[in-house]
Design a protein around this ligand. Structure first.
Ligand SMILES: [Zn+2]
Length: 428
């Protein structure tokens, strides 16, 4: 069993691993009762080696391993990398790079949105992994033989899975389909914790400047407390309590005492004083400097049915092309397309437009339709699309049910089809 617990052994193995083109990487961690996930085991495999490293071992220096993770010449392969990346970022201030996420790659290989590791490995290699150790206590020492076997399986089977996916992605020319997703996971900004932005995750229900200013201040205070004391946010003060405080800001310890959800004695503690300071800080923010809630999108009434129609098209196209829907468009994108032909959404650009966006617009304007044959949905050209085009093409068929008078019809800027246009091909 390869469990690395000494710095010397780690230096040796890292020397060997440094010759690899790619390394598979995984971590086991616990995050119950803490703000920061607690790294309990770190697994890494190259073509010849597979080891588990014990970050809890006394005086084990992990820096040779972190150097490998930062080595730009070695691809780091992870499955569903986000949490692992978050851990490395917190530990080192850097992200493993370059990254290949097999869960992301699987999205363009017909495995759906978020395929699990075991399912992916079973499909690609035929191996059946024993999952029974997954939710065991990874902080205990010594780790059991089963735990270590399970943990190593998370990197050893990742090797053939990676190679199969990489080849498939290359053969199908879909590397650029996943590059954005991987670039997003490699962006430090998504792992950086900004106390000033913490209020957004509380889903404020009101939008008055004073309310939001107090909410921002108390949420930022809680974020800093939670980080410093390494406690889950809700262990410092619960979300509901912060929302309640923003709605009726207490100005002294007595008023704080009356806030529901705070423990007895809280108002006179150091924490209580800090929270009151934050409230005062929030109250002092002039309205024009207060944060603003994200604007509610103003969608035309009645676009629901069209959005649903686009959903069916999306599902059909994604199944046909073996790509996860999430990668192409989400519901909000579909609503924007339903409302506006020139919506600024990725689904109307690049490969996504070819795969889905172009037909979405054709569907919207009655030039293609969805039909079924037996159990299969097909996209079919609409005969006599001229009739359909008699409706103003520039008007989303959903402008609140009011159709403009024909005399005031706007002309489409971008070369509208005045005659029925031949549908170019892409019927399923
Ligand atoms: Zn794992």
């Amino acid at each position: 069993m390869s469990l690395i617990t000494t710095s010397d052994a780690l230096v040796d193995i890292c020397k060997s691993l440094s010759r690899a083109d790619y390394l598979t990487v995984d971590t086991e961690f616990m995050r119950e009762g803490t703000f920061w996930p607690r790294l309990c085991l770190l697994q890494i495999a190259g073509p010849d080696d597979a080891v588990a490293v014990d970050p809890l071992a006394d005086s084990l220096d992990l820096s040779p391993l972190f150097e490998l993770l930062a080595d730009a010449n070695i691809v780091k392969v992870m499955h569903a990398a986000r949490q692992d990346m978050e851990i490395f970022f917190h530990l080192t201030g850097e992200l493993p790079h370059p990254l290949f996420d097999t869960q992301v790659a699987a999205m363009v290989c017909g495995f759906g949105d978020q395929v699990g590791y075991e399912a992916l490995v079973a499909k690609l290699t035929g191996a059946r992994l024993d999952k029974s150790s997954r939710f065991t206590d990874w902080a205990q020492r010594p780790l059991s033989e089963e735990q270590l076997n399970y943990a190593l399986g998370d990197v050893t089977y990742l090797r053939p899975a990676y190679e199969a996916l990489r080849d498939r992605v290359e053969e199908t020319g879909r590397l650029h389909w996943i590059e954005e997703e991987i670039a997003l996971l490699s962006d430090p900004a998504i792992y950086r914790i900004e106390p000033a932005a913490a209020w957004r995750r509380l889903k404020p229900k009101r939008s008055e400047p004073r309310y939001l200013a107090v909410l921002q201040a108390v949420a930022a205070w809680r974020e800093r407390e939670a980080m410093e004391r390494d406690l889950p946010r809700n262990r410092v003060v619960r979300d509901e309590t912060l929302l309640q405080i923003a709605a009726r800001p207490p100005t002294d310890a007595k008023a704080l005492d009356r806030v529901r959800g705070l423990s007895r004695g809280f108002s006179n503690s150091r924490l209580g004083a800090g929270l009151l300071d934050a409230v005062a800080e929030g109250r002092a923010v002039p309205p024009e400097s207060a944060p603003t809630a994200p604007p509610k999108r103003d969608l035309p009434a009645g676009i629901g049915p069209l959005t649903d129609l686009l959903k069916v098209l999306l599902k059909h196209k994604c199944e046909e092309h073996q790509v996860a829907q999430r990668l192409v468009a989400n519901v909000s994108d579909l609503e924007l397309i339903a409302a506006d032909d020139d919506a600024d959404v990725v689904a109307l650009k690049g490969w996504r437009r070819e795969l889905f966006g172009a037909d979405a617009l054709r569907l919207k304007h009655g030039k293609v339709a969805l039909a079924a044959t037996g159990t299969h949905v097909r996209v079919v050209p609409v005969n006599g699309a001229g009739d359909v085009d008699a409706l103003p093409a520039s008007e989303p068929a959903n402008n609140g049910g009011k159709r403009r008078r024909s005399g005031r019809r706007r002309k489409r800027k971008d070369a509208p089809a005045t005659a029925p246009e031949a549908v170019d091909g892409e019927t399923a």
